[in-house]
Design a protein around this ligand. Structure first.
Ligand SMILES: Nc1ncnc2c1ncn2[C@@H]1O[C@H](COP(=O)(O)OP(=O)(O)O)[C@@H](O)[C@H]1O
Ligand SMILES: O=C(CO)[C@@H](O)[C@H](O)COP(=O)(O)O
Length: 486
């Protein structure tokens, strides 16, 4: 048995996988976000550990025999977050997350201070990345910065609780802006630009290699044997790729989680900062990937559902009951999904969320539709950015919580004009990939472990609907341009 632990933004998810690749069970525990000031997004790292332990107890209770047979653990997690520790590994401040926009000024400073940033890290400096956050802490919380002995990414802080080791992997480390992405090693020059050194960074191992073993006292408390291997693991998007078998160049998927991600595998480091796509290491040693990232995707649906007091399933059922789809596709309001600013393609922490074109006839179902459509339009921008970066896409799998909606999957296929494939277990996101990385670290072979799960549904583009939506996409893009800086 192999255990995957995915530290998402809205939930910690656990998944048990057996030695024939079948999912045995899953469990989860919710997490909340805090935004003490505009543009800020933080979580308490201790909450991650409490949620992980609660989910472990759920999974053990549901599958006692299978859980007791766990031999390998893999980690996956929300990327870019900064967990700052002092020299006794105590947490110095709340973790600053991937969707935090406070460090926009520091991005400019970093770009000026590190002229080779784009060549080494392969990416634009964006506020969500780890390096500009540390510059922000240096300038705004100098007492804290002076005490920083270690900087860990979210899943790597969980690993510290599990094994006592400070270790990261290249797929997650690439999101710091301190990694030499082609060489898959820390860059002393980029660290120096932030007043940091390699001594403050975790050791790096590849995602599919062992990083350490579970602490004996935890193994006993969880009813596990000795020598449970913990794999290097991966950033949640690279882990999701492993989960749906996206390992060959050209394989790609969309993740509809809190963020919205278009991810395509490359066989070499392929930076293209000009189009605001990310070029990072993949979770296999000879692979890299490009991705475009929306800061708010399924989280727009969650926000709207909480605003109107109906859950996502109820809103989708209401949408399905209404038979005026064509009228809605021409008359519904437009929605700009920039609830936390945007990365690809705008790199603009101040981009606003917007409902535009409300009338006295606008219904709740129209607004639900607009939210789902606005996210699909954001993905269309992301796909254009990937194409501008030289990546070709013909078919995309869909993963993450948003993949529960077939309506949304069809809408995305129609907007993007790309086949969208749903594999079984797709809503598990990074947790399945994490479990698979645990299996690889215990000696599993890539060809055996990283297979494509069975296809649950295929959504092919409808050209007529695409033609109806095309003018709305033009208006969507125009709306952002008109509002920029307003
Ligand atoms: N039936 C549904 N249809 C579409 N989206 C849904 C549905 N149920 C939940 N979601 C969305 O799934 C998202 C959570 O997805 P998840 O992949 O777990 O995110 P994360 O990894 O960021 O925590 C929430 O934003 C929620 O609105
Ligand atoms: O910042 C990125 C990728 O660059 C995000 O994809 C985070 O990794 C958060 O992921 P989810 O919680 O949405 O899965």
């Amino acid at each position: 048995m192999f255990l995957g632990i995915d530290l998402g933004t809205s939930e910690v998810k656990l998944l048990l996988l057996d030695g024939s690749g079948q999912i045995v069970g899953a469990a989860g525990a919710a997490l909340s976000l805090s935004s003490p000031q505009p543009l800020w997004s933080e979580q308490n790292s201790d909450d991650w550990w409490q949620a992980t332990q609660a989910a472990v107890q759920q999974l053990r209770a549901a599958h006692p025999a299978a859980f007791a047979a766990v031999r390998g653990i893999g980690l996956s997690g929300q990327m870019h977050g900064a967990v700052l520790l002092d020299d006794s590994d105590a947490i110095l401040r709340p973790a600053i997350l991937w969707n935090d926009g406070r460090s926009h000024a520091q991005c400019e400073q970093l770009t000026a201070a590190a002229p080779r940033l784009h060549a080494i890290a392969g990416n634009l400096a964006m506020p969500g990345f780890t390096a500009p956050k540390l510059l922000w802490v240096k300038q705004h919380e100098p007492e804290t910065f002076a005490r920083v002995a270690s900087v860990l990414l979210p899943k790597d802080w969980l690993r510290l609780q599990l094994t006592g080791d400070k270790v990261s992997d290249p797929s997650d480390a690439a999101g710091t802006l301190w990694l030499d992405v082609a060489r898959r090693d820390w860059s002393d020059d980029l660290l120096a630009a932030c007043g940091l050194t390699r001594a403050q960074m975790p050791r790096l191992v590849e995602s599919n290699q062992a990083s350490g073993v579970l602490k004996p006292e935890l193994a006993r408390a969880w009813g596990l044997g000795p020598e449970v291997v913990v794999a290097g693991g991966a950033g949640d998007n690279a882990a999701s790729a492993i989960g749906i078998g996206a390992t060959r160049p050209g394989d790609g998927f969309i993740s509809l989680g809190t963020s919205g991600v278009l991810f395509v595998v490359n066989d070499r480091f392929s930076p293209n900062p000009a189009s605001a796509v990310h070029a990072f290491c993949h979770a296999l040693p000879t692979r890299w990937h490009q991705m475009s990232v929306m800061l708010s995707a399924a989280s727009c649906f969650k926000w709207f559902s909480q605003l109107v007091g109906h859950d996502e399933a109820a809103l989708l059922a209401e949408l399905a009951r209404n038979d005026s789809a064509v009228i809605r596709e021409t008359g519904a309001p437009l929605f700009l999904p920039y609830l936390a600013g945007e990365r690809t393609p705008h790199n603009d922490p101040f981009a606003p969320g917007v409902f535009h074109g409300l009338t006295a006839q606008t219904t709740r179902a129209d607004c639900t539709y607009a939210v789902l459509e606005g996210v699909a339009f954001g993905l269309a921008d992301g796909l254009d950015a990937l194409r501008a970066a030289g990546t070709q896409v013909h078919q995309l799998s869909l993963v993450g919580g948003g993949s529960r909606s077939h309506f949304w999957a069809q809408l995305i296929a129609d907007v993007l004009q790309v086949d969208i494939v749903l594999h079984t277990g797709s809503e598990a996101g990074g947790a399945l990939g994490a479990a698979r990385l645990g299996w690889l670290a215990c000696g599993g072979a890539v060809d055996t472990v990283c297979t494509r799960p069975p296809v649950a549904a295929l959504f092919s583009p409808d050209p007529q609907r695409h033609a109806r939506l095309a003018p709305r996409l033009v208006r969507f893009r125009d709306l952002y341009r008109r509002l920029r800086g307003a």
